[in-house]
Design a protein around this ligand. Structure first.
Ligand SMILES: *Cc1c(COP(=O)(O)O)cnc(C)c1O
Length: 223
């Protein structure tokens, strides 16, 4: 087994252990393998090991790597997990199956416009990125505006929003932020919660994550 394949096995075991005795945990969670900064040759062992859901944070990098890999693995699914410039909306909708980083009204409007004009692409689901720490430098909707923004996207723009996503502040206890995101998902009745990375995915699972985004623990450190 490749290193990458055995790391994926280990993470899946850790995910199952985290779910034990965790009443808030989801019945199952999707492992999103974050392959940013890793080339196709590094990603291939993960695909061969059966991993099918991947995350990338940049449109151009994803466009360079994934269309060819997808030909061999048509059942794979690609998530956008990084900020999107509005002028790359059409390209992103064509490349990604799920956009986890819908983070502002201007982007929501741009997506809705593309969809109205027949450019829905392959993107079937959107998660709203919530800036749970209200950090000025970080993308995302403020927690206090999240309910209204979700309503705007779903009711005014008819976007298929199915979840929330967050990246907690580096220096804070992630559990506080996972708990807040969970609460907002209950208020908005959205089923999906994308939270937890290499360092804290087990905590996220215990708080109900349906998607965890793991890069380093699968592919090693990034260049
Ligand atoms: C890079 C990245 C990850 C993966 O982080 P690791 O610590 O390498 O697991 C998860 N989510 C987002 C939004 C990222 O940009």
């Amino acid at each position: 087994m490749s290193d990458c394949a055995s790391r994926i096995v280990t993470i899946r075991e850790q995910m199952n252990i985290a779910r034990e005795n965790a009443p808030l945990a989801a019945p199952s969670s999707t492992l999103v393998a974050v392959s940013k900064n890793h080339d196709a040759a590094s990603i291939l062992p993960a695909l061969k090991a059966g991993q099918r859901v991947f995350g990338e944070n940049r449109v151009q990098e994803a466009a360079d790597k994934w269309p060819e890999l997808r030909l061999s693995y048509p059942d794979m699914s690609l998530h956008l997990i990084g900020p999107l410039q509005s002028n790359k909306t059409r390209e992103a909708l064509a490349l990604f199956d799920v956009m986890e980083t819908l983070d502002r009204p201007k982007l929501a409007d741009a997506i809705a416009k593309e969809r109205e004009n027949g450019h829905a692409g392959r993107c079937k689901e959107f998660f709203i990125q919530v800036n749970t720490g209200d950090e000025p430098q970080k993308a995302g909707i403020s927690p206090k505006e999240t309910v209204d923004f979700v309503g705007y996207c779903i009711n005014e723009l008819s976007l298929p929003v199915t979840g929330l996503m967050c990246i907690p502040p580096a220096e804070e206890e992630p559990a506080l932020h996972f708990g807040l995101l969970r609460q907002l998902a209950i208020e908005t009745t959205l089923p999906n919660l994308s939270m937890g990375m290499s360092g804290d995915f087990e905590i996220a699972i215990r708080f109900g994550a349906t998607h965890i985004r793991v890069g380093t623990a699968i592919f090693g450190s990034r260049a």
